[in-house]
Ligand binder design. Structure first.
Ligand code: COI
Length: 354
C-alpha cells in the first residue's frame, strides 16, 4: 500500500464545460480544465501539482526541443453504467512509459506518481468524461527534457504532465492505407519500440506524400528489405488469413501496443488461433487476391479497432472485404468495448474503476 502523495491543487477559476460541444470533439483539440505536472530535479521527482490547463513557461533552449528527449503515452477513461469512471490498462501504459524513458536516457517515473496524479486529475475533471457511445476521455501522459543547455547530453531535469481530452474515435471510416517501401519508421537497434516524439516526426513527410496520393495512413515495412509489415505508426496492424488472427511480432522496431495485446488475449479466449510472427507484404497481397485474407484492421488506444478498407502497394490499390462482413474483428471490437464500458464482466481485471 502506498501512502498518499502530496499533490498541490490550484483550481481553474471557471470551467470550459458549458462552452464545449460534446457532439463535436475532434481528436486531441479540446482539453479539460486541469492538468497534472511533476518536475524531475536534483535526482528526484517533486512539485506534484494539479493546475489549470494552459501554457507551461519554458526556456527556448530546453533539451527536448533540440535533441528530442520526449516521450508520451495514450490511455482512455470510460464512463461506466454506474456513472463511475474506469481507466483501461493503466498499468501497461505505465510500464511502457518507463521502457521508453530508459531507452531515451530519461528518468523513470515512480508508479505512485503516475497513478495518484491520474486519479486526482480525473476526479477533478470528472464531468469531462463523455457519456456518448464510442467516446472516452483520452489521457496523454508526456515527459520531456527541460535543461536549458545546448550541449548534446542527457538532460538532468524533466517535466512530466498528464493532459486529458474528451474524444471520439481517431478514425471515422475504414482506412485506405499505403504499404510504404521507400521511407522507414524505425531501424533495428533504434527507438521504434519507444513511444518517443522522433518516431512520429520522421513519419510525417512520407505520410504527407501518401495523403496527396489519397491514402489515410501508411503501413510501415522493415527498413532492410521492405518485405515485412511492421505497424501503422498510429496503431498496430492485425489480419485475418485463413481464419487465423495474424499480427507482426513485437521487435525493436514495433511499438508493443496495449490494444494489440488486449485483442490477442480476447481472440485466444474466444478460441481464435493467433499467430504473432513476421508478416510478409507478399502474403497480404496474395491473400487479398486469392480471398484468404478476409479482414485487416488497425488497433490502438486512439484508433480503437479501425478496419482497413483498401491497401495500396507499388501503384496498385487492392480492395478488401466489406467491413460489415468481418465477424472476427467486429466480434472482438464489441467485446473490447463492452469490457471498457463496464457492460460485461471484466475477467482480466483490466478496468481501474475510480
Ligand atoms: C494512441 O493510440 O494513444 C497513440 O498514441 C496514437 C497517437 C499517435 C494518435
Amino acid at each position: 500500500m502506498t501512502d498518499n502523495l502530496e499533490i498541490k491543487i490550484t483550481k481553474a477559476d471557471h470551467t470550459r464545460l458549458s462552452v464545449t460541444d460534446f457532439s463535436q470533439l475532434p481528436f486531441g483539440k479540446v482539453f479539460t480544465d486541469h492538468m497534472f505536472t511533476a518536475d524531475y530535479e536534483d535526482g528526484e521527482w517533486k512539485n506534484l501539482q494539479i493546475l489549470p490547463y494552459g501554457p507551461i513557461p519554458m526556456s527556448p533552449a530546453i533539451a527536448a526541443l533540440h535533441y528530442g528527449q520526449a516521450i508520451f503515452e495514450g490511455m482512455k477513461a470510460y464512463r461506466q453504467p454506474s456513472g463511475k469512471i474506469s481507466v483501461f490498462r493503466a498499468d501497461k501504459n505505465f510500464e511502457r512509459l518507463n521502457k521508453s524513458a530508459t531507452r531515451m536516457s530519461m528518468p523513470t517515473l515512480p508508479k505512485e506518481i503516475f497513478m495518484q496524479g491520474l486519479e486526482a486529475l480525473i476526479n477533478i475533471d470528472e464531468k469531462w468524461v463523455p457519456n456518448q457511445e464510442d467516446y472516452a476521455l483520452y489521457i496523454r501522459p508526456v515527459m520531456f527534457a527541460t535543461d536549458p543547455y545546448l550541449g548534446v547530453k542527457a538532460s538532468e531535469s524533466y517535466k512530466f504532465a498528464l493532459l486529458t481530452t474528451p474524444t471520439g474515435p481517431y478514425y471515422s471510416n475504414a482506412l485506405k492505407v499505403k504499404i510504404e517501401t521507400e521511407f522507414t519508421r524505425a531501424d533495428e537497434g533504434g527507438v521504434g519500440f519507444a513511444k518517443t516524439a522522433g518516431n512520429y516526426a520522421r513519419s510525417l513527410y512520407p505520410f504527407e506524400q501518401a495523403k496527396k496520393e489519397g491514402f489515410d495512413q501508411l503501413i510501415w515495412t522493415d527498413s532492410v528489405t521492405h518485405e515485412f509489415i511492421e505497424e501503422a505508426g498510429t496503431a498496430n496492424l492485425l489480419f485475418v488469413i485463413n481464419g487465423k488472427l495474424i499480427t507482426p511480432s513485437i521487435r525493436s522496431t514495433v511499438l508493443d501496443g496495449v490494444t494489440r495485446d488486449t485483442i490477442i488475449k480476447l481472440a485466444k479466449q474466444a478460441g481464435i488461433e493467433v499467430e504473432e510472427r513476421r508478416v510478409s507484404v507478399s502474403e497480404v497481397i496474395e491473400g487479398i487476391k486469392n480471398g484468404t485474407l478476409t479482414e485487416a484492421f488497425a488497433a490502438g488506444t486512439a484508433a480503437t479497432v479501425t478496419h482497413v478498407g483498401e491497401i495500396g502497394y507499388k501503384g496498385e490499390v487492392y480492395k478488401l472485404t466489406d467491413p460489415s462482413t468481418r465477424h472476427i474483428s467486429n466480434g472482438i471490437a464489441k467485446t473490447l468495448n463492452d469490457i471498457r464500458y463496464g457492460l460485461v464482466p471484466d475477467e482480466f481485471g483490466w478496468n481501474w474503476v475510480l
